[in-house]
Design a protein around this ligand. Sequence first.
Ligand SMILES: [Zn+2]
Ligand SMILES: [Zn+2]
Length: 160
Amino acid sequence: MMTFTTFLSACALIILGFVLMECFVYGFHKYIMHGILWKIHQTHHKKGKGWFELNDVFLVFFASLGIGLIFSGLSSLDARLWLGCGVSIYGMTNFFFHDIVIHRRMRWTYSIRNRYVQGLIRAHHAHHKHIDNTEGEEYGLLVFNPKHIPARVSSSQIPE
Ligand SMILES: [Zn+2]
Ligand SMILES: [Zn+2]
């Protein structure tokens, strides 16, 4: 049986895994994907026609990070399990906003009438304005410069 303290520390580890992933993705995206692995990541910035892009290998990489942690901590129910859950929840959240809401890979047609979400979308579009690999902005996803948050919700999600 799980005691209340182990339950609380499990929750804290899940949140920690989630928060660490946003930080890790920021650094990895800025210094690695826009650095030595730009050849792969540019397939996302210079979008072709197909549904898949070479950049999706990063999805597999991030997903295996979470799954690997979960499996390594599964038998002893230790910290790795809960960190892995946080990492995986982050991965699903990132996929939902980045791939479904922003890039509409699932033929998503709804607009989310929420200022934070609309700010997040605008911030990521600002990141995509830089199609070459010179100085860019907004390498994170969930944490972004609040200047992108519109004064009021607009009916269209796509920034003008
Ligand atoms: Zn990028
Ligand atoms: Zn993108």
